[in-house]
Every structure is written in structure tokens, then in C-alpha cells.
Design a protein around this ligand. Structure first.
Ligand code: NA7
Length: 526
């Protein structure tokens, strides 16, 4: 059986950078990737309108100053094809593909305590061993495909945004249904509305969306000369990108001033909208003021008041579910060829050969697009059989994930997760969090090698304290009030627990740096 120092699972932005760092550090490393090329999220999610909602000057690697200077991002928010080009460029530039095995999915990981190594088995039946395994498997990489009765009877075309075909899909003039109104749904709906014959949107929960104000990337020229300082500042931000977050409390600010300042944020656009005041995530009344501001904007945009009301989120605090960044989404509902079905009033009963039956109405369509999200954060890890003797990760995490720093879980030595549950991950600019974890893991492996250690495992007390801290921080906020994928609430039967670390990217970095300096405090090194 082939043995490697390290096997990395996944060749998205985490896996690619992890390979580069380990190769440079002299570790024999191989990456196993299910797709037929690099890019991860941006390889799979190629639906119409797919675009990052973090600005490209932030959502890009910082590890190579030359790459930063040479790569041109054409727009403020990069579209999926450009991000995938960037991922491919990175793979070429650092000659990464020669150590990546494509078109193989890892099925199982088995820990051998005597040999101090993992056996990694892929779906082609092949096994290899490695002293270390790094799961760079992504936080939103396992699609959630809810069961809709009768879907197999549907005579038309069916697409999932999370695994959109590589060939062009012709929707021109067709009758199209979109199910799901998270970021993927909103982007798809906005992109296809002008070209399809008719579009009917099936909405279970409306999203809070703020305008992107996308356009040419004017900021790139400003940021390039100061990139090192700019990146250093982003690493210390709460969400891993710069929002110029306010420290004033909305509850203590004059309402006219609140209105003025929210208006300025709205005009700038993007996810920083909720960062103007410091109490929005912790004070329900302050949150409601910001939420109502967005609803008013929706009412101002959507001509039909009934439709505007249906599109207005009311059942959860703003920012407690992932906010969306849009480019003309609400305007779409002023088009004659677009209609909205509120599943709260008219639930989907079944799918027929002709279309979707919601309430008492059969909506006849040629195409159904599902934008129904992902089994977030734990999905990809639990999709593999991760075993240490009788203990499996899936069983251990049946009541929610348990990790120390989102990096390791007791009982599973020598297995790291990049942006794992209970790290800032999806509550941050993923690029910032990915680079931090990859650098941290690489430094840990170098330290272990230099000190003749071959085994690293989180300690029980450290893990228990970390899980408690993560939950306690979440409980001081409004975040757990929403039935969100942060909570695992979108997957039937999944235990609800707030999964990301909410303490902030900068705080997390300070803790992680301290743990490393203290010779990996809370980890047992053997
Ligand atoms: P999301 O944000 O999880 O959105 C999924 C949407 O699909 C959401 O509106 C769901 O409604 C809806 N959904 C899920 N299951 C159903 C069923 N069974 N019936 C009807 N509607 C359903 O995923 P996205 O792909 O849009 O975005 C993921 C992240 O990618 C995004 O947050 C950014 O980080 C980028 P619900 O809200 O659960 O009621």
C-alpha cells in the first residue's frame, strides 16, 4: 500500500494552498479530489449568476505578493467563471496538479493506533496510508436534496444549482420553476428572469438581501500598493474582511441618525450593511430597526404590495441566517413573466409529470431548478466513514459536532479539519480563515517533526471547554433564533447546534497563535 506523510482531502482553495505549503515544507503529500479539476465550491456551483458576495480584493489568496500584484479581478464581486479561472491559474502557477488525484472520492478513513497512521480508501476501492490526514472538504460541499414526492415523474429538465452541468443549459423561452431563495436561488432567479419564458419562484423563507452595487473593480488599484497592511487588517477583523464596523449602539442613537447611517451603508452595498452599529446581533430591538429598514426598501422596489410583503422576512432576526447580496433581485418581481409562490400559504404537495403542485394549483413548467442548499459544516466529514476502531465520527457527532478549535476532535488523532465546525469558517471571509488554518496546521506539523513526535490529538478537557465556549458565545447573540443552516436546521433530523465560532476571526487568531506558542496547549503530542 502506498504511504504518504500527508493526505489532503479536497482541492478547493483550502486543499490547494495546503498542498503548496506542505510541499514547500518537505512533506510527501497527495491530494484526493472528487471533481475533475481544482476549485471546490467554484468548480461545482456554476449556475447562472453565480458570484462571490465578498469583494474580490478580500476573497483571494494573500500568501504570494506577486500573485496579488499580477492577478486582475475585473469586478468588485467576482463571478464564478473568473474565480474558477483564478483557481486554475493557481494550480498551474505552482504546478499543483501533479500531486492531486482527481475523480476520486474518499469513502473511509481508518485509524491504526499501532502503526500511527490512517488508511484512506477511495470509491474506486483503492487504499493508501498516511501519517496525517487533512480534511479540506469544505463547509458547503454536500448538497441538500430534499425529497419531493413525484419528482421522478417530472417529464421536464431538473437542475440543482450545487451541481450545475458543465455544458451550457438553454433556458431561453422556457417555463422555469426555481425552488429555494437563499443566495444561490436569488442569483439564479435574477440571472435567468430576462431570458426565460416564465419564471415561478417557490419561496419557503424570504431572505434579507442588500444591494451589491457591483461594477468595475476600482478598489484593486487602491489596495494593491498597500496589500500587506490591508491583509493584516483583514486578519484581525471579526469577519475576516474589512467592514469599518461601528462601535455605537443603535439603541442609543437618534432615529434620524440611524436612518442616515443605514442609508450610507445601503449605498455602499454588501454584507457590511449590518456592521454600522455594534448591537444589531445582540439586541432584538436594534435588530428589528435594521430589519425593518430592509423591508421598507423591498416595499419601495416591488410594485405589488402583496408580493412585497411575501418577500419581506419577518420570522427571524436580520443576519441570523446568511444574508444575500443582490443585483436587482427584488426588481425581478416587477416583470410580467415572474411570479412568486409563498410556500407558507401554499406548500408543495407533489411534483407531477407537468410541474409542481403547491396548495391547490398545479404550476406547469418545462424546467425545475432546485437551489435548496447544503448539509453545512459537518456534511462532508460525516459523508465519509471516519473510524477509530468502534468509534465513528458520525456517532460521536450525533448530538452536534465536538472539536477543539474546529481543528481536531478527540478520538481521531492526526486528523485535521480546515475551517471545521467551531471555527469562524462560514461566518468569515473563507479565504482569511482557510489561510490561517493551513498556516497553523503546517506550522504544527513542522513543530512535531522537529521534535520527533508522530501523533497529535485534542485533549478532552480542551475540547469540552471549546464546545462550551462556542455555544456560550452564540447564546449571547440572536443567531440561534433562526432555523438556519448555521444551526443545522435545514437538514431533517440533524441536531440543532450553532456550529461556527462567533467570537471573531481576529480573536480566534489570537487564541490559535497563543495555543501554538504554548507548544500546542490542549493537544497531546506523542
Ligand atoms: P441556502 O442559503 O441554504 O438556501 C436554500 C434555500 O432553499 C432556502 O431558501 C431554503 O428555505 C430553501 N429550501 C430548502 N429546502 C427546501 C424545501 N424542502 N422546500 C422548499 N424550499 C427549500 O443555500 P444557498 O445555496 O442558497 O446558499 C448557500 C451559501 O452559499 C450562502 O449562504 C453563501 O454563503 C454562499 P429555508 O430558508 O430553509 O426555509
Amino acid at each position: 500500500m502506498t504511504h504518504h506523510d500527508v493526505i489532503v482531502i479536497g482541492a478547493g482553495f483550502s486543499g490547494m494552498y495546503q498542498l503548496k505549503r506542505l510541499r514547500e515544507a518537505g512533506f510527501d503529500t497527495v491530494v484526493i479530489e472528487a471533481g475533475d479539476d481544482v476549485g471546490g465550491t467554484w468548480f461545482w456551483n456554476r449556475y447562472p449568476g453565480a458570484r462571490c458576495d465578498i469583494e474580490s480584493v478580500e476573497y483571494s489568496y494573500s500568501f504570494d505578493p506577486q500573485l496579488e500584484q499580477e492577478w486582475d479581478w475585473s469586478e468588485r464581486y467576482a463571478a464564478q467563471p473568473e474565480i474558477l479561472d483564478y483557481a486554475r491559474h493557481v494550480a498551474d502557477r505552482y504546478d499543483l496538479r501533479r500531486d492531486i488525484e482527481f475523480n476520486r472520492r474518499v469513502r473511509s478513513l481508518d485509524w491504526d493506533e499501532d502503526a500511527t497512521r490512517w488508511t484512506v480508501t477511495t470509491d474506486d476501492g483503492r487504499s493508501r496510508t498516511a501519517t496525517w490526514v487533512i480534511a479540506a472538504t469544505g463547509c458547503l460541499s454536500v448538497p441538500s436534496r430534499p425529497r419531493f414526492e413525484g419528482l421522478e415523474d417530472f417529464a421536464g429538465e431538473v437542475y440543482w444549482t450545487s451541481s450545475w452541468p458543465h455544458e451550457p443549459v438553454d433556458l431561453a423561452g422556457k417555463r422555469v420553476a426555481v425552488v429555494g431563495t437563499g443566495s444561490s436561488g436569488l442569483q439564479t432567479i435574477t440571472a435567468i428572469a430576462p431570458e426565460v419564458g416564465s419564471l415561478v419562484v417557490f419561496q419557503r423563507t424570504p431572505s434579507y438581501a442588500v444591494p451589491a452595487h457591483n461594477g468595475p473593480n476600482e478598489r484593486l488599484a487602491e489596495v494593491r500598493p498597500i496589500y500587506p497592511e490591508f491583509r493584516a487588517a483583514s486578519r484581525m477583523e471579526r469577519i475576516g474582511f474589512q467592514c469599518d464596523a461601528g462601535t455605537d449602539l443603535l439603541g442609543e442613537t437618534d432615529p434620524e441618525e440611524v436612518e442616515r447611517r443605514l442609508g450610507l451603508r445601503w449605498d455602499v452595498g454588501g454584507l457590511c450593511f449590518t456592521s454600522e452599529f455594534a448591537d444589531v446581533l445582540v439586541d432584538a430591538e436594534a435588530n428589528e430597526v435594521v430589519a425593518e429598514y430592509v423591508r421598507r426598501r423591498i416595499r419601495e422596489t416591488v410594485k405589488d404590495p402583496d408580493v412585497a410583503e411575501k418577500l419581506s422576512p419577518r420570522t427571524y432576526p436580520i443576519a441570523s441566517k446568511r444574508m444575500c447580496v443582490d443585483t436587482g433581485y427584488f426588481e425581478v418581481y416587477n416583470r410580467d413573466n415572474v411570479s412568486l409562490v409563498d410556500l407558507g400559504e401554499e406548500p408543495i404537495r407533489r411534483i407531477t409529470a407537468r410541474g409542481i403542485v403547491a396548495g391547490d394549483t398545479e404550476h406547469e413548467v418545462d424546467v425545475i431548478v432546485f437551489a435548496t442548499g447544503f448539509d453545512a459544516m459537518t456534511g462532508a466529514l460525516n459523508a465519509m466513514e471516519v473510524r477509530n476502531g468502534d468509534l465513528t465520527l458520525r456517532e460521536k457527532w450525533a448530538d452536534g459536532p465536538r472539536t477543539y478549535m474546529g481543528l481536531m476532535s478527540v478520538g481521531f488523532p492526526n486528523l485535521f479539519t480546515v475551517t471545521g465546525p467551531q471555527s469562524p469558517s462560514v461566518l468569515s471571509n473563507m479565504m482569511t480563515s482557510i489561510e490561517y488554518h493551513v498556516d497553523w496546521i503546517t506550522a504544527a506539523l513542522e513543530y512535531l517533526r522537529a521534535n520527533g513526535r508522530t501523533r497529535m490529538e485534542a485533549e478532552q478537557e480542551a475540547e469540552d471547554n471549546w464546545v462550551t465556549a462556542t455555544n456560550d458565545i452564540a447564546d449571547t447573540t440572536l443567531m440561534p433564533q433562526a432555523a438556519s443552516w448555521y444551526m443545522g436546521a435545514n437538514i431533517p433530523g440533524k441536531r440543532r447546534m450553532f456550529m461556527p465560532f462567533l467570537g471573531g476571526v481576529g480573536t480566534y487568531k489570537q487564541i490559535g497563535d497563543g495555543v501554538a506558542v504554548a507548544r500546542y496547549h490542549g493537544f497531546e503530542l506523542v
